[in-house]
Design a protein around this ligand. Structure first.
Ligand code: F1P
Length: 585
């Protein structure tokens, strides 16, 4: 039960998932279903997506988008974000540029991914804390444009990188229409000082509220309830980000280029049908989750293979496992047919950066296939027909699974390959108002629904698999990487929650673990946050070590030894909490 009403909703624990760590796979999926339902039905007194102000803002933003699209040569629509928000910014720009290309219209969508394209697959979360860098990149990207529709995405209304960009927009309202997209009420925007800056996020939001009153900017912040895994904004918030951007831009494209009206609300209702279709398959999803969890538990790996947008959803899901669950970059990986050519990212082929930047099927064949074992699971993702497993993989002892999204009515195609697990997501009954759309836009819309269906499925699988691996305690990710200011404070909060020690003491335990010492010097204490975070981004098990040391009041070395003996973190914590109670009896 959350008593702290000052806490941002995106950082609160969701009572629906309080015991998700001890549930069986099918119950895990049912819990995720219930949490996701809050996206559409709202949370407590909040109306969620269908809130009147949100609906009205969506329509107004759609009209601005139409104006910009009608002057595409001289204008730009920019999506910007950090972590998952940046990855969704990327895929949205990619989707809508592709439609413009098809129509022969100047591609006027741009994305800003904090940390650059390498952050599309590996977390570069420290950049999130730099408002000046954010503003500088936005300035460069928009300098020669007469009109800019800017979407700053930060689920927690907290990323300084986005605050810097919003501030820049607010200083240039003659050219910019800023939209802040996130999932907390405005007054719960982060009000902490930002290093080397003179404003807090909340202060920027307050100026944006004034702009909104004059129709010069918008805050798109439906409350969709806390995440099923506390603070894991890749889940509900990521889903809501994707569907809100699409629900504005699909109707904007329909109006600008087809001269037809597509209701934003109808669009959102259709997403709810997609949600229903996905979870109607929860037994199969649970079976896949179980297979994935068994692989990770035995030290095996999880690989996603797919093409187009569905393959990209795999890349995105895989990229999030490291910061969220302290997974290694090898634990969960995504591969995309056509690699960087299909991805069409700004910086092009990044494979020279290292093996984790190899994303093509060829990379999978060269790097992974020769070493596949019976502990690994390969999940093939495709539309309408099951993926044909390459012969080289077919003969390997690994588990093979497929996710098939049916979007075309007709006889379903039987698989010639043998899969250990199969999930079929049927979207053929999701009713589109096809009269309002031409064939191309209709297909693109269905593709977007398919992407979301795959996102829901993969989120369930990778979340459930890490739960099975013991990386979640109650509904809290206990092995997150404290790799930016938000995550540093979240880590302190986790230590405090279970140890009941004062915040300062918990912060000290975190510093002890970060710096491998039992004696936090004044120098460490007064170091810049950026130094702490640099270590937090690369060092394994920082939070579990700190938490255990705090619970057992033991040295960092002792905590590490205990963790080495029992890698299932939730078990270590349970044991140490039981020990603590024993001591006080
Ligand atoms: C951005 C973000 C998340 C990531 C992690 C760190 O959050 O990078 O995507 O999963 O929580 O922060 P936000 O700015 O969208 O709230």
């Amino acid at each position: 039960m959350d008593l702290n009403t000052d806490q941002p909703i995106t950082e609160r624990t969701n009572p629906l998932s309080a015991n998700i760590d001890i549930l069986a796979p099918l119950d895990i999926v049912s819990t995720l279903q219930a949490c996701d339902e809050e996206i559409f039905n709202g949370w407590r007194d909040f109306q969620g997506l269908f809130d009147e102000r949100i609906q009205s803002n969506l329509s107004k933003i759609m009209e601005v988008a139409v104006d910009v699209l009608n002057d595409a040569d001289r204008s730009v629509i920019i999506f910007s974000g950090c972590g998952t928000s940046g990855r969704l910014a990327f895929i949205t720009a990619r989707t809508f540029n592709s439609h413009l290309r098809h129509l022969g219209i100047t591609e006027c969508y741009q994305y800003i991914m904090a940390g650059g394209d390498r952050a599309l697959f590996t977390s570069q979360e420290a950049v999130e804390d730099d408002p000046l860098l954010g503003a500088k990149i936005l300035k460069q990207l928009s300098e020669d444009k007469v009109r800019v529709l800017y979407f700053g995405i930060t689920c927690g209304l907290s990323a300084p990188f986005i605050a810097g960009q919003l501030d820049y927009c607010l200083k240039h309202l003659d050219r910019f229409t800023p939209v802040l997209l996130g999932f907390n009420p405005a007054h719960l925007a982060r009000n902490m000082p930002i290093e080397k800056w003179d404003k807090t996020f909340l202060q920027v939001v307050q100026r944006l509220e004034e702009a909104e009153a004059k129709g010069q900017g918008f805050i798109l912040n439906p409350v969709v309830g806390p995440e099923p895994i506390t603070g894991s904004s890749r889940m509900k918030s990521g889903t809501a980000t994707k569907l809100l951007l699409e629900a504005v831009l699909m109707p904007a494209h329909a109006k600008s280029f087809m001269h037809t009206k597509l209701g934003i609300k109808d669009y959102l209702v259709q997403y709810k049908q997609v949600w229903e279709s996905v979870y109607s398959q929860k037994s199969d999803i649970a079976a896949l989750l179980h297979l994935a969890g068994s692989s990770l538990k035995q030290g095996g790996h999880l690989y996603y293979i797919g093409s187009g947008g569905l393959g990209i959803m795999g890349l995105i899901d895989a990229s999030e496992c490291s910061p969220t669950y302290g997974a290694t970059l090898d634990d969960v990986r995504g591969f995309l047919e056509g690699g960087y050519q299909t991805l069409a990212n700004l910086e092009g082929d990044l494979s020279s950066l290292g093996k984790h930047f190899g994303i093509s099927l060829q990379d999978f064949m060269d790097q992974i296939v020769p070493n596949l074992t019976d502990r690994d699971l390969v999940i093939f993702i495709s539309k309408d027909r099951p993926y044909s497993i390459p012969k080289e993989v077919e003969v390997k002892p690994c588990n093979k699974a497929c996710i098939v999204v049916n979007i075309t009515k007709g006889d379903s195609v039987q698989s010639v390959s043998t899969f250990n697990s199969k999930v079929t997501l049927d979207l053929t009954e999701v009713v589109l108002d096809s009269a309002a759309l031409d064939a191309d836009l209709r297909l693109r819309t269905i593709d977007l629904y398919a992407e979301l269906a795959v996102k829901w499925t993969l989120n369930a699988v990778s979340t459930g698999a890490h739960i099975m691996k013991g990386k979640v305690f109650n509904n809290i990710m206990i092995d997150l990487k404290p790799s930016n200011v938000k995550l540093f404070h979240r880590a302190v909060g986790i230590i405090q929650r279970y140890s009941n020690l004062a915040v300062e003491v918990c912060q000290d335990y975190l510093l002890r673990s970060l710096y491998d010492t039992d004696d936090v010097s004044q120098e460490i204490r007064s170091a810049a946050m950026v130094d702490h975070i640099k270590i937090g981004a690369s060092k394994p098990k920082v939070v579990p070590t700190a938490l255990l040391a705090a619970l057992l009041r033991c040295t960092i070395r002792e905590a590490k030894v205990a963790l080495d003996q029992q890698p299932v973190l939730r078990q270590v914590i349970l044991d140490s909490m039981a020990g603590q109670q024993g001591n006080t009896q």
